[in-house]
Each structure stands twice: as structure tokens, then as C-alpha cells.
Design a protein around this ligand. Structure first.
Ligand code: NAD
Length: 259
């Protein structure tokens, strides 16, 4: 079976109480992986979610952490390792617009907030996870995986007021090249999944008319659904499926943008 090596793997997905991250958590759970999911605070239905996982025989745990803060990145990794004994796969999914500000209105606080959430979070979580990912690769003889979540905005610059967001995503697309050059020796692969326009809370500021207008400009004429990205996370995570794949950006965007 494809991805069967994911059974029992310890997978941490950041920013995953809803949207693309939550779909990824469910996909890994369906493969028999041990899954940690995260948000700044617990979702209201946490007890039901954990109960559903337990009934399905899935070993899953929620970890509250605000990953725009470095100490929280460290605690998240520590707490995950204390619970599961190590990390095989890290998915840096936490991210978001923070807000929309044109260049003329950008101040230091907004610059920091956008970069803290989108760049610092992935950098620091990866930094603290690194020794655990290395140890897991050594113990298993298989590669560990880090997956970043970039964006079409990382190529095209972002929409109105989203220039800093686009730039932070481009930063992610780029920094994994350095990590590939210096940490492949540790048995870790780094890949980025770059979504186009996905139907999540991310686009809560748009009405149906705006969504229809955006859809019309996408060759597939629709937004992506969170599940549309799930199998790509499994592919990059699975040593069996992608042991020789590293340093890549996979665009999942219905043809919206072709680099
Ligand atoms: P979403 O708003 O539906 O989910 C965001 C998740 O991140 C939530 O689980 C939330 O709890 C969590 N989160 C937010 N701030 C956090 C913080 N400080 N610390 C920890 N967790 C935090 O968003 P989504 O659309 O599923 O986006 C997921 C990723 O995909 C993000 O990195 C986003 O930038 C990227 N992305 C989304 C789109 C899109 O169109 N939806 C397009 C390109 C890229």
C-alpha cells in the first residue's frame, strides 16, 4: 500500500485546528500515524475530536502554542517529544495574513507580526525539532521530513495589502534550499507545498461575489478544498514514496499560477 510506512510515524502539524492543517491531521491519522495538532488555543470541540480519534484507534494529541513566539515553538517541540518520544515528520503549516496593509501604512509592529507568524514560526519550530528529526532518521534508517507551507503569493507578491505575507512565503520557498544544502547529511528532507486559493477561514473577508470572481480566474474554476492538499503532505512525509525528493516546491492551485 502506498504510504504504508507512515503507520506509527510521529507527525507534528502546526496551525492545524482547522483548514488545510486539520485536513492533513486527518489524512495522517487515516494512515495510522501518531499525530500532534496545534493552535493558539484549543478548539471548542477538542474533547469530541480526541474521542473520535480514540475510537478509531488513532494516537493523537492537541498542543496549544502561539508559534509566532519563539518560546512557544520550543515548548511545542518539547511537549510533542515528551508525549510521543520523538519526531519523524514536522509540518510547518501555521500561517496567515494577520491583516491587510498597503505599503504606506506598514509599521514595525505589522512587519513583525506577519513575519513572526509566517517566517519565525517555521524557522524556530524547525530549529528546535532538528535534533529529534536527526535522531529519528538515525534510528529508523529512513529519512525524516520537514514540510513547509508556502503560497502562490510567494511567487506573485500577494493581493491588496498582502505584500509582507507574500514576501514571508517567498522567504520560506527560499530558506529550505539552505536547509537542504546543510541538513541532508542529517537524514532530513525539506519540501514545500504551495497552495493557491483554498476555501478556508483565510478567505473569511470575502463575500460570495468576490469568491466567484476569483474562481473565474482559476483554470479549474473553483477554490481548492483543504483535502486537495492532504495527499501531497503524505507524499512528502513518506520515505517510501519520496526518499529522493527534497528541496522542491509543489504547487497545488488548480492551474492558477504556473512558475
Ligand atoms: P486557516 O485560517 O483555516 O487555519 C490556520 C490555522 O493556523 C488554524 O488552525 C489556527 O488555529 C492556526 N494558527 C493561527 N495562528 C497561529 C499561531 N500564532 N500559532 C499556532 N497556530 C496558529 O488557514 P489555512 O487556509 O488552512 O492556511 C494554512 C496554511 O496555508 C497557512 O500557512 C496559509 O498561509 C497557507 N495558505 C493558505 C491559502 C488559502 O488560500 N487558504 C493559500 C496559500 C497558503
Amino acid at each position: 500500500m502506498l504510504f504504508e510506512d507512515l503507520k506509527g510515524k510521529r507527525v507534528l502539524v502546526t496551525g492545524s485546528t482547522e483548514g488545510i492543517g486539520w485536513a492533513a491531521v486527518q489524512a495522517f491519522a487515516a494512515q495510522g500515524a501518531k499525530v500532534g495538532f496545534n493552535g493558539r488555543s484549543a478548539p471548542r470541540d477538542l474533547a469530541q475530536r480526541l474521542q473520535a480519534f480514540e475510537q478509531a484507534g488513532v494516537d493523537a494529541e492537541f498542543f496549544a502554542a502561539d508559534l509566532s513566539r519563539t518560546p512557544d515553538c520550543e515548548h511545542l517541540v518539547q511537549d510533542f517529544v515528551a508525549r510521543f518520544g520523538g519526531i519523524d515528520v514536522l509540518i510547518n503549516n501555521a500561517g496567515g495574513l494577520v491583516g491587510r496593509k498597503p505599503l504606506a501604512d506598514i509599521d514595525d509592529a505589522f512587519f513583525d507580526a506577519v513575519h513572526d507568524l509566517n517566517a519565525r514560526s517555521a524557522l524556530m519550530t524547525t530549529r528546535f525539532a532538528l535534533p529529534h528529526l536527526k535522531a529519528a532518521a538515525q534510528a529508523s534508517g529512513q529519512t525524516s521530513a520537514v514540510i513547509l507551507v508556502g503560497s502562490v503569493a510567494g511567487y506573485v507578491g500577494g493581493g491588496p495589502g498582502a505584500g509582507l505575507y507574500g514576501a514571508a512565503k517567498a522567504w520560506l520557498h527560499n530558506i529550505q534550499k539552505n536547509w537542504v544544502n546543510f541538513h541532508t547529511v542529517d537524514g532530513i528532507r525539506f519540501n514545500t507545498l504551495s497552495p493557491g486559493t483554498f476555501d478556508t477561514a483565510f478567505h473569511a473577508d470575502k463575500d460570495d461575489e468576490a469568491k466567484a470572481r476569483i474562481s473565474a480566474g482559476i483554470p479549474m474554476k473553483r477554490f481548492g478544498q483543504p483535502q486537495d492538499a492532504a495527499a501531497a503532505f503524505l507524499f512528502f512525509a513518506s520515505h517510501q514514496a519520496s526518499a529522493y525528493v527534497t528541496g522542491q516546491v509543489l504547487d497545488i492551485n488548480g492551474g492558477q499560477f504556473m512558475p
